[in-house]
Design a protein around this ligand. Structure first.
Ligand code: IMP
Length: 195
């Protein structure tokens, strides 16, 4: 079965192709001739993921899924959340976002945070949501050089290392995205009928 992944991120597409068996053919946006950036203007991760999936479904009629991820910090009332990519402003770097985060949390004793990924699937016209999250804490300084985004300051509750100190292959097995993806794959294995 063909399934569109509503992303232009080649790394994400490769990751999911490696996980899915040969019954599924994953197509990126370029392969279904969608060459524009899909806006991410909703106020929730669910809203953005659904918007992206619907955008593709309305144009192609194909089965499709889309994801959105955010870092939710308790001391900041859930921020940066859906705005994680552009927390320090449009076009700013991952490091700018970390500088802003550590600044906002300078006086915060409660360091609790989580990464949360939501995947929206449209299968045969019906919508489904899958979620994966990892609970952790925000450190006061960066540790490690791997990963991306907020990885150098995020330490999961189940590990002594930050995500940036883990080999990528290890992070990719336990991450919020991996957990949400596993739920999607289990659902597809049970519900997607070969066409
Ligand atoms: P996206 O929805 O996957 O594009 O993620 C939005 C933003 O969340 C990214 O630009 C990063 O700032 C942050 N983010 C998402 N996943 C991760 C991760 O695994 N580690 C660190 N930061 C992440």
């Amino acid at each position: 079965m063909e399934l569109v992944f509503a992303t232009n991120n080649a790394h994400k597409i490769k990751e999911i192709r490696d996980l899915l068996d040969q019954d599924f053919r994953i197509l990126g946006l370029a392969e279904v001739n969608i060459n524009e950036d899909i806006p991410e203007e909703a106020e929730t991760l669910e809203g953005n993921a659904l918007f992206k999936a619907r955008f593709v479904y309305e144009r192609t009629g194909m089965n499709v899924f889309a994801d959105d991820t955010g870092l939710e910090v308790d001391a900041l009332g859930g921020a940066p959340g859906v705005y994680s990519a552009r927390y320090a402003g449009e076009g700013k770097s991952f490091d700018d976002n970390i500088v802003k985060l550590l600044g906002e949390m300078k006086n915060a004793d409660n360091r609790a945070a989580r990464f949360r990924t939501v995947i929206a699937l449209i299968l045969d016209g019906s919508e489904y949501l899958f979620e994966g999250s990892v609970e952790g804490v925000i450190l006061r300084e960066r540790k490690g050089i791997g990963g991306f985004g907020y990885d150098p300051v995020f330490k999961s509750l189940n590990d002594e290392r930050t995500f940036a100190e883990m080999p990528l292959s290890e992070k990719n097995k336990i991450s919020h995205r991996a957990l949400a993806t596993k739920k999607l794959l289990a659902f597809l294995a049970d519900n997607a009928v070969e066409k």
